[in-house]
Design a protein around this ligand. Structure first.
Ligand SMILES: NC(=O)C1=CN([C@@H]2O[C@H](COP(=O)(O)OP(=O)(O)OC[C@H]3O[C@@H](n4cnc5c(N)ncnc54)[C@H](O)[C@@H]3O)[C@@H](O)[C@H]2O)C=CC1
Ligand SMILES: O=C(O)[C@H]1O[C@H](OP(=O)(O)OP(=O)(O)OC[C@H]2O[C@@H](n3ccc(=O)[nH]c3=O)[C@H](O)[C@@H]2O)[C@H](O)[C@@H](O)[C@@H]1O
Length: 462
């Protein structure tokens, strides 16, 4: 099939590459000339595991190309995907200007043709309920006829950054929102190679498809905020949130995913999508109270480490050297949009601390926000030199099993604030660390180690 992808960011680039891998002819359009130049020269503008291999192969075999010109992509395309930003507007609702503008540009191009033909316009961006209708109106306003020249489909994307290629290649489900049988059949054919393991392609109406996306992201974000509140309570009652998580996750009704307490969710989607769904509620006279709490708990959680450090240093962080492991909002990505690490850095800088950070992929993207107001290290042990504390913000593999003896000996003071619960508290105490994590007992170094271990085993927590 001939496919156009409008917007070559995380979603557009991954979708385009994966569609090409399944034998489709894909042309990706972006208004960012530097990005298109880079892609044309064979370089990826983002870090995403497995993407490079498919990208190189499909470029080489000439199934995947890039342009800044809509005309190059749209006129030959049977299916046109809109993978454009939908950032929060001032009132929290999704800003649809990118999506509607692109739809208008496509329509303008089509009406100029003697025979505009028939195309499917697919909304892959995350958009509020009713957007498929608005895209359709944009096309109709230019003189095109729905069903004859175009159909609009809502096809939300569920990929996660850091696992985007795998998620796209093997989706849990594909949602196709359309009232057109012709469009549903074509979209089903396009997606069949991705669901050979039997996962469903669900054809629903446009509005339900749009709601499915926001519901999925909001329920996942709710689980995280809920577990962060449980963690905060665990600390106060002397329980361990990771043991609580294991205990509940064996219940099939709850399951094991998205129950990890931490320093709050980040990324370009959960914060904005929860906000947008809340706003949709408001616009329809409904106060979606849980969503308000999900966001305020998350804001509080992203600040938690700053308060903890402030307290530890008796309210005097001025001149303190803080080492930071992890800048990306999650592992396996260079994306720092809404990253908890950035909230923590801001809090530390405001209080006069000096931050030196290491991240395997997200240093360049962090420099865009912080420039040289913090320092960057080329390996994970370098920031520890003479540091007053280590803060861990992202659970990259290399941080899970470091040489803890080296960490201990390199840090100026062996104190660790772990926002991802990577280590066993009693082991950290044995090794001589003062160790703070999320929703688990705070442990003090060696001299108290025996007492702590005894207390833990008395409570059945060892
Ligand atoms: N990032 C993610 O993991 C996921 C994102 N989504 C949704 O997908 C949409 C896109 O998200 P991302 O790919 O992360 O965004 P992004 O910001 O990475 O990429 C968007 C791209 O669109 C380009 N663009 C902007 N205006 C344009 C125009 N008029 N014509 C052509 N290109 C234009 C930008 O230059 C940029 O390259 C959003 O609605 C997001 O909520 C959905 C699922 C996963
Ligand atoms: O709409 C989107 O953009 C995407 O948003 C999320 O994907 P993503 O933001 O890439 O990453 P997640 O793995 O969901 O993590 C989001 C944030 O939640 C945090 N998180 C995740 C899981 C958990 O148990 N605890 C937790 O704090 C992560 O550290 C991260 O900051 C969804 O998981 C995707 O299905 C969706 O397509």
């Amino acid at each position: 099939m001939n496919i156009a992808i409008i917007g070559t960011g995380y979603v557009g680039l991954v979708s385009g590459t994966c569609f090409a891998e399944m034998g489709n002819q894909v042309t990706c359009v972006d208004i960012d000339e530097d990005k298109v130049d880079m892609l044309r020269s064979g370089k990826l503008p983002i870090y995403e595991p497995d993407l490079e291999h498919y990208f190189a192969r499909n470029r080489k075999e000439e199934r995947l190309s890039f342009t800044t010109d809509y005309e190059d992509a749209v006129l030959d395309a049977e299916v046109i995907f809109l993978a454009l930003p939908t950032p929060p507007g001032e009132d929290g609702s999704a800003d649809l200007s990118y999506v509607l503008q692109a739809a208008g540009t496509i329509a303008d191009l089509l009406v100029e043709q003697d025979d505009p033909g028939y195309r499917i316009i697919v909304n892959k961006s995350t958009v509020p309920v009713g957007t498929a209708d608005r895209v359709s109106e944009t096309m109709a306003d230019r003189g095109l006829t729905t069903g004859e020249h175009y159909d609009v489909v809502s096809n939300p994307e569920f990929l996660r950054e850091g696992a985007a290629v795998d998620d796209f290649m093997k989706p849990d489900r594909v949602v196709i929102g359309t009232s057109s049988e012709k469009a549903a059949n074509k979209m089903t054919r396009l997606y069949e190679p991705f669901v050979r393991q039997g996962n469903p392609i669900l054809v629903v109406d446009e509005r339900s498809a749009e709601m499915i996306k926001y519901t999925a992201n909001s329920i996942l974000a709710t689980r995280i905020s809920f577990m962060n509140e449980i963690a905060n309570l665990c600390e106060r009652v002397g329980a361990d949130v990771d043991k609580v998580r294991l205990g509940i996750s064996k219940d099939h009704r709850i399951g094991r995913h998205f129950l990890y307490a931490g320093i709050g969710f980040g990324g370009s989607c959960f914060p904005k999508d929860v906000q947008a769904l809340h706003r949709t509620g408001r616009q329809h006279g409904y106060d979606f109270q849980i969503l308000d709490s999900v966001l305020s708990v998350n804001d509080q959680q992203r600040e938690l480490m700053v308060h903890r450090l402030d307290e530890y240093f008796d309210g005097d962080l001025e001149g303190k050297k803080i080492a930071m492991w992890g800048l990306a909002f999650k592992p396996n990505t260079d994306d720092v949009r809404e990253a908890p690490s950035h909230v923590i850095i801001e809090g530390l800088l405001e209080r006069g601390a000096e931050v030196t950070a290491f991240d395997p992929e997200a240093i360049e993207t962090t420099k865009v926000n912080f420039g040289d107001s913090i320092s960057y290290a080329e390996d994970m042990y370098a920031p520890l030199e003479n540091a007053d504390a280590l803060v861990i913000c992202t659970e990259w593999h290399e941080f899970r099993r470091p040489d803890l003896a080296r960490v201990h000996d390199t840090l100026g003071t062996p104190v660790v604030f772990d926002g991802r619960n990577l280590y066993d508290p009693s082991r950290m105490a044995e090794m001589g660390f003062e160790y703070f994590s999320i929703g688990r007992p705070h442990v003090a170094p060696q001299e108290d180690a025996e007492a702590i271990k005894a207390a833990l085993s008395e409570n059945g927590q060892a």
